[in-house]
Design a protein around this ligand. Structure first.
Ligand SMILES: Cc1ncc(C[n+]2csc(CCOP(=O)(O)OP(=O)(O)O)c2C)c(N)n1
Ligand SMILES: [Mg+2]
Length: 758
């Protein structure tokens, strides 16, 4: 508990319910009653107090930033009840983080804690003509004109100031902040031109409680893992330690104890409550990070006044003595003391500045309240999933990299389109060679993808061709793999991360669900983190079983807003789909998932062993698969139409033969290929001419792709068409032969057709 006591006794006024009012009055009272010695005011470029590294001009500006931050908080508490402001998690007690902003550059990408009002106000100084008060007010008011998120969330964010908006999920931004830092130095190794200066560092702030989170810990670990190998990772982790997380106290000394002695995470402490004292300490950390390019942990002492948020009535769960002691450690009281003691401000000047800042914040908030809000669903969703079909098509079909691909494949005669038809695994590998030849800024990484070429050798040869700077193994952590992907994307590269098995995507899903897929939305499409995530997926492996290698749950991907999910069932489709996915990433900044059906990797035959009918000619560059377009086998057959994807496609084609022989039906098989978003219009078109419908979904029954297909059919008014669904059971997949009890098989398809006939 802070030891500093108030310079006035605890009176009835201090026992009030509204702590914001009390904290506000404390400042004025503190200034009025201050009785310290006054020095003669220092020159602008002289130290604000003897021995301080902060000069007078710097102090004035930092103080102003602190006051802006504080009055934005106070304003939010007042106007929230009038429904003019929609967010009250504030920065009060953390205003010292303005020092971090002052000592870094506006081109140092920043991923910020929600208590970053001081940091933001200070960073706004770095570019002329910007107004932190009005910009913040528009965000507090959820106005459509909010320059950070367009009214979608109260976030700290700014395109010109390189502040990438963060979600409210604590710690989830650490992996991508680390990824961005690694990307900054990695760019040189592949000759990529960065959007920020080469000696930039990444600022990443978070709270003390958040430092315990698995997602934070994995970022610290990966930062250390990187630095241990003497690879640069210039990230400044700023732990803003106020000693508490909502209502749970961090054990005293825990943060220092936990981080002071970590190998390859260089620890610095700074007093964020005292500008005169803390400035040099922050400076040391920033300079260390910039010059050594090593991960740096800045333990910034802060406090939290006015509770966690406006809804947190601390008086109900903390003693009045404790509350008053915390409020006495308010950094603005310390700043007031410095202002007065240094002689830079008289009492009246300081109170005048305080009140003028209040007025400015309220005026901005009232103005922001009059600005337009988001009022139409189209406007809300506009930045979520941009899609410019013509440009994507042109980019996907662009084939102006002939020389690069000849080099990648090792000669004209080795080009894949000149080879005999091959199976899926080979053609994915070839397609990846093509993509990497086309985009020199693309990187392929994951577990075991480099020398070994992946568990299934799909990426074999890529390491040899494109070398270790572009094809590399990561440490074993999916959260970090996806954090790295976002980091590389933030720096303008094209990441192609691999997740070794679908089951392990779930392990790190928030990096896509909460982070990557949400960036365009919460930044009003100002920031994009395009990436193409490859995932070895789905069931039916023979001889290598068990749930975790045969996970068939696509549901976790289906409801991620903005995500594109494609799943090819054959090699030529894989190649043309990958071209479209990379084009979607490049042109529209989309986050994409490419599900590779493991059991089809090596499948060469369709009907009989040795028939070679599941191998296809490699489509040369210039061909691409339009987003949403399925593949139809037997376009004019309509006795039965089977909707399916992945392993279901060859299964349905085999079953179709039996059905035709037995029931005399001509069967059409529709490979959806694109699973998210489902192309409802395409499904309806195919269903309209069907006399009977069968939905074959190898995923689980609940909330799987099949549900989406049936919904599209019903919503198209075709619900009267006789329909059967063949789908995986709602269970985990067991080992060995028992797996086939859980997953749909050819016999189930035939049986469903019989039911339709009967
Ligand atoms: C993953 C996750 N779990 C829980 C929460 C709810 N939550 C929001 S803030 C918070 C406490 C964070 O404390 P700390 O990191 O110390 O930051 P402070 O608010 O004290 O600055 C919690 C539990 C969340 N936002 N994200
Ligand atoms: Mg805290």
């Amino acid at each position: 508990m802070p030891s500093m006591s108030l310079p006035f006794p605890i009176t009835a006024r201090h026992k009030g319910f509204n702590r914001a009012e009390i904290v506000d009055q404390n400042f004025s009272e503190f200034v009025k009653l201050w009785e310290g010695e006054v020095r003669s005011a220092p020159r602008d470029d002289g130290p604000v107090l003897p021995g301080s590294a902060l000069d007078a001009q710097g102090f004035r500006e930092l103080l102003e930033s602190q006051l802006i931050s504080r009055h934005l908080d106070l304003m939010a508490r007042v106007l929230r009840v009038q429904n003019k402001v929609f967010y009250t998690i504030g920065s009060s007690g953390h205003e010292g983080n303005a020092m971090v902003a002052r000592l870094t550059r506006h081109t140092d990408p920043a991923f910020l804690h929600y208590r970053s009002g001081g940091f933001m106000a200070e960073r706004f100084r770095k570019l002329p003509g910007m107004d932190p008060v009005m910009d913040s007010a528009l965000s507090f008011a959820a106005s459509k004109e909010d320059p950070a998120s367009g009214g979608r969330h109260k976030v700290w964010g700014s395109k010109p100031l390189w502040v990438l908006p963060q979600t409210s999920t604590i710690a989830s931004h650490l992996p991508k902040a680390l990824g961005t830092a690694i990307a900054i130095d990695h760019a040189r190794r592949i000759g990529h031109a960065l959007p920020v200066p080469e000696d930039s560092i990444v600022v990443c702030s978070f709270g003390d409680a958040s430092s315990n989170h698995a997602t934070a810990q994995t970022a610290f670990n990966a930062a250390g893992w990187t630095a241990y190998q003497k690879l640069p990772a210039p990230v400044l982790f700023v732990c803003e330690d106020n000693g508490i997380g909502i209502s749970v106290k961090t054990p005293a000394g825990w943060v220092a104890n936990n981080f002071r002695h970590r190998a390859d995470l260089d620890y610095f402490f700074a007093d964020g409550l005292d500008l005169a004292e803390g400035y040099a300490q922050v400076q040391r950390a920033v300079e260390h990070c910039r010059h050594t390019r090593r991960p740096t942990f800045l333990h910034l002492k802060t406090t939290r006044v006015m509770g966690h948020a406006g809804t947190d009535f601390e008086i109900e769960w903390r003693s009045i003595e404790e509350l008053c002691a915390v409020e006495a450690s308010d950094p603005l009281l310390r700043s007031a003391a410095i202002a007065l003691e240094s002689g830079l401000y008289t009492r009246d000047q300081l109170l005048g500045l305080y009140e003028a800042t209040r007025k400015r914040c309220f005026a901005a908030a009232e103005e922001a309240d009059r600005r337009p809000k988001l009022e139409r669903l189209e406007d809300v969703m506009a930045p979520l999933a941009p899609y410019t079909p013509d440009k994507v098509k042109a980019e996907a079909e662009r084939a102006d990299y002939a020389d690069a691909r000849v080099k990648a494949f090792g000669g004209e005669d080795k080009l894949p389109e000149r080879q005999p038809p091959r199976h899926l695994a080979i053609q994915i590998g070839q397609a990846l060679h093509d993509v990497m030849a086309k985009y020199p800024e693309s990187l392929l990484f994951g577990e075991d993808v480099a020398q070994k070429g992946g568990v299934y050798t799909v990426t074999k040869g890529l390491y040899k061709t494109f070398k270790g700077a572009r094809v590399f193994n990561t440490l074993l952590d999916e959260t970090i793999i996806l954090g790295l992907a976002q980091g590389y994307a933030n720096m303008g590269m094209l990441p192609i991360p691999e997740i070794q098995y679908l089951a392990y995507f779930h392990n790190a899903g928030d990096q896509i669900r909460g982070e990557a897929a949400s960036l365009q939305f919460f930044s009003n499409d100002q920031y994009r983190n395009p990436l193409v995530m490859r995932i070895a997926s789905l069931g039916y492996q023979r001889g290598f079983g068990g749930h975790f290698h045969n996970d068939n749950s696509i549901t976790a991907l289906r409801d991620i807003p903005g995500l594109v999910v494609g799943c090819p069932s054959r090699g030529d489709d894989a190649a043309t789909m990958l071209r479209t996915l990379t084009a979607l990433a490049k042109v529209d900044g989309r986050v994409c998932a490419f599900l590779e059906p493991i059991a089809l990797y090596m499948t060469k035959d369709l009907y009989e062993p040795g028939d070679g009918q599941w191998q296809f000619a490699y489509p040369p560059p210039g061909e691409a698969m339009p987003l949403g377009e399925g593949r139809v086998y037997g376009e004019d057959a309509n006795d039965l139409v089977v909707f399916t994807f992945g392993n279901g496609v060859p299964m349905a084609l085999r079953a179709a033969r039996t059905i035709q022989a037995e029931l005399g039906w001509r069967v059409r098989v529709v490979d959806l290929r694109w699973l998210v978003p489902l192309n409802d219009a395409f499904i309806a078109r195919q269903a309209r001419s069907a006399r009977r419908i069968l939905v074959l979904d190898e995923g689980r029954k609940s909330a799987g792709v099949g549900e989406g297909v049936i919904t599209a059919i019903v919503e198209a008014g075709l619900g009267a068409t006789p329909l059967e669904r063949v789908v995986g059971a709602d269970t985990f997949t067991p080992l060995a032969g028992a797996a086939f009890l859980v997953l749909p098989g050819e016999a189930d398809v035939v049986a469903a057709a019989r039911r339709l006939a009967g």
